[in-house]
Design a protein around this ligand. Structure first.
Ligand SMILES: Nc1ncnc2c1ncn2[C@@H]1O[C@H](COP(=O)(O)OP(=O)(O)OP(=O)(O)O)[C@@H](O)[C@H]1O
Length: 677
């Protein structure tokens, strides 16, 4: 639910004859901007309308003939229910309830339900529920606020906790009785009613970009975080895939930037770890912030390029950054030269995860240091060998004037630590689960400790680089300022139900030190179950891919709204050839929005993206998990487990980029990750 606005001449309001609720109408913008998209609006007495959804014509009509609006008697805000769905479900529920006298909510009194804002119609249904599954089936039928309160109770939350769920939907305390007929007051009270769209251009924009509805459709939990007046220190927002963490971060940046509209400079930094993500954040921010002066107050950058620029400025030349492949070959050469009983991968990881983060510069320190996150103990003799290899690689880097990013971040952090004042007033960081310790140090020095200094956003279940840094250990304490989002807006319940078991059963270490799980993660939308297809060989698998793409196209999905991912570059190239032979255009994941063709790339490249339909191919034994990315068990059992877990996360990330439809395929033996669930 969202924007209220006043009608203008070129907007056509259409009544739907069979509408459940006569106050729900369709709004169509006449003229050249007409793209066949309709606003579904709720009209109050007077000239005030509330935009409920933006949909193609057929779906907009379906909305009107199924949904009914009401005013919650406790919070006074507007809510929607699926009237026709409820009718069907009621009949089925009566039948189920006849078989037993046990009831899910027998411990809750009517008075308590009333205080939670559960209205009479829903209370009657609640009295029929026998199992939690019965309640879950109501998720898309009853008003969201009432569902959340009931779900909290059914999940064992205390009555006050359920009350808190309800209160989160109310912008204000209501004095006196709520008038259920007074829609105009309810609209004003509805907390997600944030943008007053009384400008025809705004309205055009919204209709033209329905997918960008996040700019105004914020869930109260997201809104509470984004528009909070002040956090006393660093805040952390976590949540499963598609729960709107990025959206919340962007709104927060907007909120903070508005404070500085009249001041010169760039007081706000939005940072993330990859260039793709920074590009996506920049374009989303541009959609959200229309005022150039406010937009100019926010810088979006990767932490690596921030560090690079600082080092370049301080040293007066452009530092050369070594690429991954060359670096790996240097470690391989060093391993050979010192006759190391370790793989090149092991040595490189020891340097990246133990030596660089602790800034160890002497053998003596290395011999005595802790090695957090490394499972295999090393004797003094073994540490000598590692150190010999480290000396060789680092000496060559120095001789050639080459760097890795964590080194540049360290130098930049040292620079910023002496800068008075710190360069930014607020730093907001997306995808924090993948930051290296050196990134965290840079962040800490980029902004002075204080209110609203750091706004951190991430999901520990989507770790695809796995540095496992606890911000607390680097002086970034989020205790008491950590919140979790649970509604996944991107993807369907069916895709989540498939994807979550791919993560396996190991407990996930959270970003605030405690363990984290995805309990309560759910989606308000339903769709097809993900398709998992098996083929005898790769050629057939690619023929299957071509058929799937054709079938999506036949359903009206544009090629650019399809993403194809694989764990291996080689399979991507082979798939591109097969697609080309079938006259299906494909371009790299990073391609510009205007490029024609489906998007294809690695699972890593899928992070930060979203598509209507996603195909993940080559999910077979020997490729997922990728053997070269896994530390052998006998080399380090703990790191081996973590590597496997990281590969699980990759599959999870790739699958949860799909909004509507997910297709998984393999040839030969399936990946072990496909076995569970
Ligand atoms: N309140 C909302 N109403 C409607 N759509 C929303 C809302 N919040 C987020 N979305 C949409 O859900 C999708 C996912 O949002 P976003 O990218 O912010 O999630 P995320 O938590 O950062 O995801 P991930 O961790 O998987 O990258 C986007 O298409 C966004 O526009």
């Amino acid at each position: 639910m969202v924007a209220s606005f006043t009608a203008r001449d070129n907007w056509i309001l259409v009544r739907v004859p069979q509408a459940r609720d006569r106050r729900i109408r369709l709004l169509h913008l006449a003229g050249p901007m007409d793209r066949g998209t309709y606003g579904v609006v709720l009209s109050s007495a007077g000239d005030l309308y509330l935009l409920l959804a933006i949909l193609p014509h057929r779906e907009a009509v379906r909305f009107a003939v199924t949904m009914r609006a009401s005013v919650n008697l406790v919070t006074g805000v507007l809510e929607l229910r699926h009237d026709t769905g409820l009718e069907h479900y009621r009949t089925a529920l009566h039948r189920e309830a006849e078989a037993t006298s046990a009831r899910l909510f027998e411990h809750v009194t009517d008075a308590q339900l009333i205080e939670l804002g559960i209205d009479q119609e829903i209370r009657e249904l609640v009295r029929l529920l026998v199992t939690r599954d019965h309640l879950l089936a109501l998720q898309n039928l009853i008003p969201q606020m009432q569902f959340e309160a009931l779900l909290a109770l059914a999940s064992g939350a205390s009555y006050p906790r359920a009350h808190a769920e309800v209160r989160s939907y109310a912008a204000e305390q209501i004095a006196g009785p709520v008038d259920p007929a007074d829609l105009a007051t309810a609209m004003r009270r509805t907390p997600s009613n944030v943008v007053l769209v009384d400008d025809a251009d705004d309205w055009r924009e919204i209709l033209a970009h329905p997918i960008d509805a996040w700019r105004i459709f914020l869930h109260p939990d997201q809104r509470a975080l984004a528009y909070r007046d002040g956090f006393t220190g660093p805040a952390l927002v976590t949540g499963g895939p598609g729960t709107g963490k990025t959206v919340t971060l962007l709104h927060r940046a907007h909120h903070l930037a508005k404070r500085y509209a009249d001041e010169p400079g760039t007081p706000i930094l939005i940072a993330t770890f990859s260039r793709n993500l920074a590009g996506a954040l920049r374009s989303q921010l541009r959609l959200l912030i229309r005022d150039d002066d406010v937009y100019d107050r926010v810088r979006v950058s990767t932490l690596d390029s921030l560090a690079y620029e600082i080092v370049k400025r301080v040293r007066g030349y452009e530092p050369a950054v070594i690429d991954d492949r060359t670096l790996r070959s240097r470690w391989a050469a060093a391993a050979k030269a010192v006759h190391a009983p370790f793989t090149a991968r092991f040595l490189q990881e020891e340097w990246l995860r133990v030596i660089l983060p602790q800034e160890i510069r002497s053998l003596a320190r290395y011999l005595g240091c802790d090695r957090p996150g490394r499972g295999r103990p090393l004797s003094a003799g073994q540490r000598h060998i590692v150190w010999e290899a480290v000396k060789r690689v680092t000496a060559e880097l120095t001789d050639r004037g080459e760097w890795v990013h964590p080194q540049l971040c360290r130098i930049a952090a040292e620079e910023l630590a002496h800068m008075e004042p710190a360069p930014y007033r607020h730093v907001l960081v997306d995808e924090v689960q993948d930051l290296h310790p050196a990134h965290w140090r840079l962040l800490r020095t980029a902004v002075a400790p204080g209110p609203d200094d750091l706004f951190l956003v991430g999901d520990p279940h989507q770790r695809i680089y796995d540095y496992r840094v606890s911000p607390g250990s680097l002086g970034i304490n989020v205790r008491g300022r950590s919140r979790k989002l649970k509604i996944s807006y991107r993807t369907t319940q069916q895709i989540l139900a498939w994807a979550v078991p791919r993560l396996g059963e190991h407990a996930t270490a959270g970003l605030d030190g405690a363990a984290d799980d995805l309990a309560g993660l759910h989606s308000p939308t339903n769709g097809r179950r993900p398709m998992v297809r098996s083929f005898t060989d790769q050629e057939q698998e690619l023929t299957g891919l071509v058929e799937q793409i054709r079938s999506w196209e036949a359903e009206g999905v544009e090629l650019a709204a399809i993403g194809v991912a694989s764990r291996s570059h080689e399979l991507i190239r082979t798939a591109q050839r097969a697609l080309h032979a079938a006259a299906i255009g494909s371009v790299d994941l990073e391609s510009d929005v205007s490029a024609d063709g489906l998007r294809i790339g690695t699972m890593h490249g899928m992070k930060g993206r979203e598509f209507r339909c996603v195909a993940v191919i080559g999910v077979r034994a020997g490729l997922v998990p990728l053997p070269g990315a896994i530390t052998p068990h006998d080399e380090d059992p703990m790191v081996h487990e973590r590597d496997v877990q990281r590969e699980r996360c990759l599959l999870f990330v790739a699958g949860t980029r799909a909004r509507d439809s997910l297709y998984i395929s393999y040839s030969g033996t399936p990946s072990v990750f496909l076995e569970e669930g």
